[in-house]
Design a protein around this ligand. Structure first.
Ligand SMILES: C[S@@+](CC[C@H](N)C(=O)[O-])C[C@H]1O[C@@H](n2cnc3c(N)ncnc32)[C@H](O)[C@@H]1O
Length: 367
């Protein structure tokens, strides 16, 4: 009775930070691409099927290595399938937005609220030239490629239909048209799919699994090659792509569409858009490996996930849970849901914790 009274009159819990972020995320999803509403200056390569993919790959990787996080990056393609786009982006080492255009489509404004610089396939910027700062502040830069194909958009322009300007020799300092590419080692899954990361203006900062933890997931997932594995929390498809590249058949579930279906086309990945609990309640298969990589890790969230998740795991199966120690990060102290879940596992199940890098992961093996 007393407990009932206490519950009835207990003050309502304020929403956790993750719940507020998720509500904002859902609100923004209704308005369209989150990436397009970013405000960081954007460098975009415009590549079609007739152009050399290796030069485009080299230009993108060199530019991002030189300029890093000051800018965001995109690849617009015509007549290029997802497999080729992934190969162009495999050395980027940083999130890149991929937009596939129709043959006749003019280059759209990808980020209307920020300056955009459009580069042709094999053009790189290897050291920041003086005009770059002016451009990034929203002014038209004095630049154009020798082929009249470089254009820069100030933030207020709405389409690519701006006249191409003429420029005096020397004004193009810093833009380099590549002639050839060095031989490079075949990149591993972490590097190959870094372009699918969801940090910065693609999503909530820092919410893509850090490489040190992604490496552990990849190593474990390799043991499930040839089997169907389930990922909960797709985002843009980074972990799904890594696991598929190891030979896993992946089913990945997310309640938001962040472009994964296009990014992963042609890989052995089935992209499902649904709430994970609703999906698990429908699903009759049992999985040997389930990877949970979710925004929403308060105990109230995990009370919802617990039963359907345990039921979906095959006997002797493995659960990899991201965010096992998220609550140790400043501002995320209410995200103790994974710890809550781990403390209620059936007896004799084993838990391996990796918390040296936050937000940490837990690897659970069932009996
Ligand atoms: C950390 S991101 C996943 C990152 C992704 N695994 C990767 O490799 O880039 C978390 C994702 O979980 C999704 N999510 C959160 N709650 C969910 C729910 N109840 N059902 C389905 N997806 C959910 C979010 O929309 C978000 O895209």
């Amino acid at each position: 009775m007393l407990r009932w009274l206490f519950r009835r009159h207990a003050p309502a819990q304020p929403p956790t930070r993750a719940a507020l972020v998720a509500a904002e995320d859902a609100r923004q999803a209704v308005e369209g691409s989150r990436f397009s509403r970013g405000e960081r200056p954007l460098i975009c390569w415009n590549v079609d099927f007739s152009q050399d993919a290796a030069l485009a790959r080299e230009a993108i990787s060199r530019t991002i290595a030189a300029l890093g996080e000051q800018f965001d990056y995109a690849l617009c393609t015509r007549g290029i399938d997802a497999r080729r786009a992934r190969s162009i982006l495999e050395l980027a080492g940083y999130p890149v937005e991929w937009r596939r255009l129709r043959e006749e489509e003019t280059l759209p404004r990808l980020r209307p609220g920020a300056p955009e610089l459009i580069l042709p396939a094999g053009v790189a910027i290897e050291t920041a030239p003086p005009w770059l700062e002016t451009w990034a502040q929203g002014g038209l830069p004095p630049c154009q490629s020798p082929q009249n194909t470089v254009a820069a958009l100030p933030s207020q322009a709405t389409t690519m239909q701006i006249p191409v300007r003429s420029f005096a020799p020397g004004e193009l300092d810093g833009l380099q048209t590549l002639r050839g590419v060095p031989n490079r080692a075949v990149p591993g899954p972490l590097q190959r799919f870094a372009w699918l990361g969801g940090s910065g203006q693609w999503g909530v900062p820092g919410w893509s699994l850090p490489d040190a933890l992604a490496e552990i997931v990849v190593t474990r997932a390799a043991g499930f090659a040839g089997r169907t594995v389930l990922e909960l929390g797709t985002s843009r498809g980074r972990l799904s792509a890594m696991m598929a590249s190891l030979g896993c058949r992946v089913i990945t579930v997310d309640h938001q569409d962040r472009g994964a279906r296009g990014n992963l086309a042609g890989l052995a990945v089935d992209v499902v858009q649904d709430d994970l609990v609703r999906y698990l309640q429908r699903e009759t298969r049992r999985f040997d490996l389930i990877v949970c990589d979710l925004h929403g890790n308060a105990p109230s969230d995990w009370r919802r996930y617990r039963k359907p998740l345990l039921e979906a795991l095959a006997r002797g199966g493995t659960l990899i849970l991201n965010n096992a120690a998220l609550h140790r990060l400043p501002d995320w102290d209410s995200e103790t849901g994974v710890a809550w879940f781990l403390s209620r596992l059936p007896r004799r199940w084993t838990v391996e914790l990796h918390t040296q890098t936050l937000p940490g992961i837990a690897i659970v093996t069932s009996r």
